[in-house]
Design a protein around this ligand. Structure first.
Ligand code: BGC
Ligand code: ZN
Length: 369
């Protein structure tokens, strides 16, 4: 069967590869689930992997099948799979357990191991292929009615986890009522963060480079979020004008924005860092000012990565809620659907030229249900 693979560490190595079709029996104990892949979406991580800056091949292989934002349909289950059946739509989680304590609890998104295993990213093959097999505990069911948006579950799960952790962290306050939030970056993750904050009824300000009018600003205004171009309103200026912000969600993929985020957060507020920035970069920081602000303002900055099964389940629910509150909105985030794995070059082109091509979420449609 076909798969899209890279040679990790090698720039622009993405290629089509013939690999053996997996079998339900590849997973011992009759617990295998064979999933036919229907759609897989791309994101900045795939771009970093294609640049040779991120990702590793599984032990014993010199290639990595990419793709971590999956959606598929169960084709066959092993005799000891009770909870899934042929015809169920499913999304697979990304991270698999290592050796640590949290991993043993199914919380590998919080692993304290040095090594982490992520399908399509690090040390495990991903979903850009025709079929994969998985254990049922890594497969999240998507109701048939949500099938057009199932492929958005994984990126939503990143935002769901970040928000849940924010609320957990803020239990320190006893009572905390966030009102205003800022999102830095209007890539797919920033857009989804804004969507989540609007579902939570928060006043939402998104900061991104591009000037208005543009598609992302229009989409954000549709759900009542505000868009500011950093060309006219840098984050710090925006914080003076519209903030300070109880939550600042950094999703620009541009590491120096950490400093802007630190300047924009309110007293008792929280900065969420979610950008994966593998490329070496340095910046000058007004370190005593940031330290003073954080100390005297009881501020918090935390990092978040990946998501657990629980967050995936919550994300499916939120997608359903969003389908009713902002009908048709998330569908518009999927700006490009490329049909067929063999057309991966077109999808990668769109990913690497997203601004020029007005691409937000790019999906490869692998097969019909
Ligand atoms: C993925 C996460 C993953 C992270 C770091 C993101 O693009 O969506 O699941 O944990 O990259 O590898
Ligand atoms: Zn991702």
């Amino acid at each position: 069967m076909k798969a899209i693979a890279v040679i990790p560490g090698k720039k622009n190595s993405v290629h089509l590869k013939e690999v053996p079709k997996p079998k339900v029996s590849d997973i011992p104990g009759g617990r295998g689930v064979l999933v036919k892949v229907l759609k897989v979406a791309l994101d900045g991580t795939d771009r970093d992997i294609d640049k040779g800056e991120y990702g590793n091949a599984p032990a014993g292989d010199d290639y990595l099948i990419i793709g971590h934002e999956s959606f598929g349909i169960v084709e066959e289950v092993g005799p000891n799979v009770k909870d899934l059946r042929k015809g169920d739509y499913v999304v697979a989680t990304v991270r698999r357990p290592g050796k640590g304590f949290y991993d043993s609890l199914g919380m590998q998104d919080l692993t304290s191991d040095d090594v982490y295993y992520e399908r399509g990213i690090n040390l495990l093959h991903g979903y850009f292929t025709e079929y994969y097999v998985e254990q049922p505990e890594y497969l999240v069911v998507v109701p048939d009615e949500f099938k057009d948006l199932g492929v958005m579950t994984e990126p939503v799960s990143i935002v769901t986890k970040a928000y849940e952790h924010t609320i957990d962290i803020q239990r320190r306050m006893g009572i905390w009522r966030p009102k205003k939030v800022a999102v830095i970056g209007a890539g797919p993750l920033g857009m989804l963060a804004a969507w989540k904050f609007r579902l939570e009824r928060l006043e939402t300000h998104v900061f991104s480079l591009e000037e208005k009018p543009n598609m992302k600003a229009d989409l954000l205004e549709e759900i009542g979020a505000n868009y500011h171009s950093t060309k006219h309103t840098p984050v710090e200026k925006g914080a003076k004008e519209f903030g300070p912000f109880d939550i600042v969600f950094e999703a620009s993929g541009y590491a120096p924005m950490v400093i802007d985020a630190a300047h924009a957060v309110a007293k008792n507020g929280v900065v969420i860092l979610s950008s994966v920035t593998p490329k070496e970069m340095k910046a000058e920081i007004p370190v005593s000012q940031i330290n003073m602000d954080f100390v005297l303002g009881n501020k918090i900055m935390f990092g978040t990565v990946n998501a657990s099964y629980h967050h995936f389940v919550l994300s499916v629910r939120d997608i359903g809620f969003g389908m009713h509150l902002y009908t048709g909105w998330m569908d518009k985030m999927i700006t490009h659907e490329v049909a067929g794995l063999e057309n991966y070059e077109k999808a990668m082109y769109l990913l690497n030229n997203a601004a020029k091509e007005k691409a937000l979420k790019i999906v490869i449609k692998v097969a019909e249900a």
